[in-house]
Ligand binder design. Structure first.
Ligand code: GDD
Ligand code: MN
Length: 373
């Protein structure tokens, strides 16, 4: 039996205005809900009295623990260090500045303890979630960041949330490379999890002190996304690898379509005596249909049952996306050749790549969007 059933990690840097209130608020919520929790404050050696305040509070709270870090300053690094020191099997991460509603912690805990989810995330972008007090600039930056995150985790609306909980076992064997602000992305990209739940919440920006997010964190973030994508190529137990598999399968199906297309074009022209452009129309249509069937049963298998009724809608959606894909391919071919003077064969390869990305992402997120929740 572990000493605690929940470890709540609070990363801090210069939080003297908030630290006492947040610790008391969290312990209050834990007491009311009967959860035996420890709080683990991971501080980056704040010079403003945060550390002293925590030490003072430790006198009255035996479940209050403190780590003061002296090197490798950073939010993600601090949270990762907290993971390593957590005594309980379930871990919660929250900000010190009351941006995350502490009264929701028991809900996160129950979702793991009782319902068995591996990861539970507070989402600002799920239905019912919101952000208060954010200037337009920050909203735009955040939406951009979320967009990249969603390429890696299409089902997750807020993969960069700082408010989340997880089973400690998710981190077993995961080689985290924490940097920047987005430790949740690291956990999702490298951890071993299969189920997740998102809980909408309203993010309230800090009332005391200032946000420490800087623009340079954006560059870090893009490197982090690329790193997670590459990590998945070597670690096939991750969820990002499952996405890669879909990309590869979709590509193989596309190649099979070339054979169907060519075969029918040849057969109709040579044996049925059709005019070749007329044959081509049927050849393209036939390859769209075989591609659809293969993608439906193979590339995007799973979650099939919940979608069964909408098979015709999926086919129509795939058809429309494919036709737009052909137009995109031709438009790129035309533009690069006519205006950039590229050899038409190279222009066409670029067109194929752009059309492939279009086809994959739109079909992935529209045609075969899973009916989760
Ligand atoms: N140990 C440590 N080291 N803690 C830090 C550091 C650091 O370098 N920088 C910030 N923190 C702590 C703060 O003290 C606070 O408790 C929490 O991390 C969040 O920092 P803020 O500076 O208030 O973050 P924010 O409001 O801009 O960002 C929030 O939104 C992001 C998503 O857009 C946070 O919730 C992030 O966790 C989240 O990723
Ligand atoms: Mn904040």
């Amino acid at each position: 039996m572990a000493e605690y059933s929940l470890t709540i990690i609070i990363p801090t840097f210069n939080e003297t205005d908030n630290i006492e209130n947040i610790i008391e608020a969290v312990f209050g919520v834990m007491e009311n809900s009967g959860i035996n929790a420890e709080i683990l404050v991971v501080d980056d050696d704040s010079g403003d009295g945060t550390v002293e305040k925590v030490k003072e509070l430790q006198i009255n709270h035996s479940g209050l623990h403190l780590v003061v870090r002296e090197s490798d300053h950073g939010l993600s690094q601090s949270v990762a260090e907290g993971f390593g020191r957590a005594k309980a099997d379930i871990i919660q991460v929250i900000d010190a500045d009351f941006s995350h509603p502490v009264e929701m912690i028991p809900k996160f805990y129950r979702a793991i303890k009782d319902s068995g989810y591996d990861v539970v995330m507070g989402s600002r972008y799920a239905k019912g979630g919101d952000i208060k007090n954010w200037p337009l600039k920050r909203r735009i930056i955040s939406l951009g960041a979320t967009f990249f995150g969603r390429i890696l985790f299409p089902e997750i609306t807020d993969p960069v949330s700082g408010f989340f909980s997880l089973k400690k076992s998710v981190l077993k064997n995961a080689v985290l490379k924490p940097r920047g602000y987005k430790i949740l992305m690291e956990v999702l990209g490298k951890g071993n999890w299969s189920s997740f739940k998102e809980i909408p919440f309203v993010f309230k920006d800090r009332e005391e002190g200032e946000s420490k997010l800087k623009l340079g964190t954006m560059a870090d973030y893009i490197c982090q996304c690329i790193d997670i994508g590459l990590y998945a190529l070597y670690h096939h137990e991750t969820n990002v690898w499952k996405e890669w598999k879909k990309v590869f399968k979709f590509g193989l199906v596309g190649i099979s379509g070339i054979f169907v297309n060519t075969g029918i074009l040849y057969a109709l022209t040579e044996y049925a005596g059709f005019y070749y452009l007329f044959s081509s129309f049927f050849a393209i249509e036939a390859s769209i249909i075989t591609n659809f069937i293969l993608n439906d049963f193979w590339t995007f298998e799973g979650g099939q049952k919940s979608r069964m009724r909408q098979k015709w809608r999926r086919l129509i959606s795939f058809q429309v996306v494919s036709v737009i894909g052909v137009i995109i391919n031709m438009a790129v071919l035309f533009l690069l050749t006519e205006y950039f003077g590229l050899w038409y064969i190279f222009s066409n390869i670029a067109g194929i790549i752009v059309a492939f990305l279009w086809n994959f992402f739109v079909n992935r997120n529209l045609t075969w969007k899973l009916n989760i929740q």
